[in-house]
Design a protein around this ligand. Structure first.
Ligand code: FEO
Ligand code: CA
Ligand code: CA
Ligand code: CA
Length: 604
């Protein structure tokens, strides 16, 4: 059982025990308190009504906080003395079955679809508090507050912008797209903008599914998961041939400037099209910007983008304007890993090979170089729109669902969360290799990459597996960098990553209830010395929720998470969660639904 952390740097806490998956509670260590900052439906723009679960409209939702918050950052405003900040979050997707009562008629069904469109996208919300280390409140009417939805105009940048593959009947220039959705994780750039990954965009379209490109992204002629083709023809590329390219305009890294509510958000085609989990950037020694990115699908790839332009320091208008163009051009690479142990020693059970480590070397294989295709048989726009096909062609390594990929702010080492892959080594699927060493990888693993000469622009690297996740009480393959397995918190399905000021890694999880039987949570991982591999659980989210967007401010004694899809297996009539208010009544109205929320945790 984990105990007090005298030897750990950073936040002082005693790990919580794992929380059973039936518990509808948000759990923090003793000495800490939690409260939501903002919840689904809270009003943020002028004219927004109070949230009323029994009287929702698309107009109200577009002025209120969206659904299923995922990526999160809390950015302190310059000169605010720590008392003013901006909350930025993604609203990845919706759970209509718990948001609405069953539609009584077709008009009501279409109205609910329009509400879900307005509940997607991103939000920017100004925050205020008394002083650092104290809880925030959100400001209901701030000029910074903003909603971006599935209908907000975006500008395409980079080599694929304006190409034929991007043109539709509404946008013959191929440069302007309405909306963003499926926005999963993300990253905050050194110049203060937010990057967000368009992940499962295929679920929003009906497409012929006939071409290699459509198939590779899971686009099919079945009705879409979200059903928006019933309200906008662009979501049905089969019935409406003028929109055959509409799905090509989703699956990008988007960039928004939270300090400029009037700025048109952009989608960067130079960073490739995939089911982008997110993007995290670092500035290399020569000033070029490097972004690490995962394509979250079983057997998909790990990518790196190296900009052509260099980062300019300072907050001048000119420097910021320049920095906001950095991600428009650069070289795109995909990772190929090699193990250093004999293949016969990678048995699929997770047993370590005789050299005592899953480790080896790797190459970043170019897909584009200097604005041109580096893949024979592909034009540059084909590489950037059908990036998965290009990566297939160069023999990239098929990974166990790479989610967050994040460079450590001081050591430069890059951490990759491979969340799980229950198809690894099954019939007809790729078998194990040293970097994906478990057959039917239920619990996932975390890889540590060291770039050659610790240069983020390098084309080769070394790697090792830091954590082979699982519950050591029942899994013999769980491995925590050699740390005693009877002294760690069980962990499964690593998804989002963060670092604290003390240099520790933090991991939030997505899927533990279905694997090790515990609610998802947030965990701290030591990276150095005797504490390397030590995993301590800091919090647990309520029933059927996923822990997203961790932000760790250990210097202030504060931690923030986005609680996504609480109670998602319930129904409107029979909720599985009452998070975060834990009441079924509010102001006399029935509030029979859980509300995805951003939560702050502070030391008391
Ligand atoms: Fe939306 Fe890869 O999690
Ligand atoms: Ca080895
Ligand atoms: Ca995720
Ligand atoms: Ca996830």
């Amino acid at each position: 059982t984990p105990t007090a952390h005298a030897a750990m740097r950073g936040l002082a806490f005693t790990a919580i025990p794992p929380v059973a998956a039936t518990v509808d509670d948000f759990v923090v260590p003793s000495g800490f308190q939690w409260a939501p900052i903002i919840r689904w439906g809270d009003p943020i723009l002028a004219g927004a009504p109070e949230f009323d679960i029994n009287n929702q409209t698309p107009e109200a939702q577009s002025l209120q906080f969206g659904y299923n918050n995922d990526y999160l950052d809390i950015i302190e405003l310059q000169g605010g003395g720590g008392r003013h900040g901006l909350l930025v979050t993604n609203h990845e997707y919706t759970n209509p079955g718990i948001m609405f009562p069953p539609a009584a008629n077709e008009a009501e069904r279409l109205q609910q679809l329009r509400i879900t469109m307005a509940a997607h996208g991103l939000a920017v919300v100004e925050l205020a508090r008394d002083k650092r280390g104290r809880p925030w409140s959100y400001l209901r009417s701030s000029d910074y507050n903003r909603r971006i939805t599935a209908s907000t105009p975006f500008r395409l940048t980079g080599p694929a912008a304006g190409q034929d593959m991007m043109k539709t009947q509404d946008d013959p220039e191929g440069t302007s797209v309405l909306g963003t959705f499926g926005n999963c994780a993300g990253g905050t750039t050194p110049w203060g903008t937010i990057l967000s990954g368009e992940e499962n965009f295929n679920n929003y379209f009906r497409s012929s599914g006939a071409t290699a490109g459509q198939k590779r992204y899971g686009l099919s002629s079945s009705p879409s998961t979200y059903g928006w083709e019933a309200i906008e023809p662009r979501f049905d590329a089969v019935a409406n041939p003028g929109y055959v390219n509409e799905p090509n305009r989703f699956g990008y890294i988007v960039e928004i400037d939270p300090l400029d509510p009037s700025a048109t958000p952009v989608k960067h085609t130079a960073m490739g099209r995939m089911k982008h989990e997110g993007a995290n950037v670092t500035v290399a020694g020569d000033g070029r910007v490097v972004a690490y990115m995962g394509d979250d699908e079983r057997f998909d790839y790990l990518y790196k983008f190296v900009s052509h332009k260099t980062f300019r320091t300072g907050n001048s208008v000119k420097a910021r304007a320049h920095n906001k163009t950095i991600l428009e051009s650069g070289d795109l690479y995909v990772a190929r890993f090699s193990g250093n142990s004999p293949a016969a020693e990678i048995t699929g059970t997770g047993a370590l090979p005789t050299d005592g480590a899953f480790d080896g070397s790797g190459q970043w294989i170019p897909l584009t170089l200097n604005g041109a295709s580096a893949v024979p048989g592909f034009t540059v726009e084909e590489v950037l729109v059908h990036t998965r096909l290009a990566a297939d062609a160069v023999g990239a390594t098929k990974m166990d669902r790479p989610e967050d990929v994040q460079p450590h702010p001081t050591t430069g080492k890059v951490y990759v969360a491979c969340t799980n892959n229950t198809q690894r080594g099954t019939f007809g699927k790729a078998g194990v290799d040293e970097v994906n060493p478990r057959t039917v990888n239920r619990d996932g693993h975390v890889i540590e990459i060291t770039e050659a000469q610790n240069d983020a622009t390098a084309t080769s690297f070394g790697w090792l597996i830091l954590l082979v996740c699982g519950d050591p009480a029942v899994s013999g393959s769980a491995y925590f960098a050699g740390f005693p397995v009877d002294q760690v918190s069980p962990i499964s399905c690593p998804d989002n990553l963060a670092f604290d000021k003390a240099g520790n890694l933090w991991i939030s999880t997505d899927g533990q209830p279905g694997t090790i039987g515990y609610n998802d949570g947030l965990f701290r991982v030591g990276l150095d010395g005797a504490n390397r591999g030590r995993v301590d659980q800091f919090l647990a989210v309520p029933r059927e929720a996923e822990t997203c967007g961790p932000v760790i401010r250990d210097d202030e004694g504060m931690v923030y998470v986005a609680v996504q899809h609480p109670g998602e297996d319930g129904s409107f009539a029979s909720p599985h969660s009452y998070f975060p208010d834990y009441t079924t009544m509010s102001g006399g109205a029935l509030v029979a639904a859980p509300r995805p929320s951003v939560v702050q945790v502070w030391q008391v």
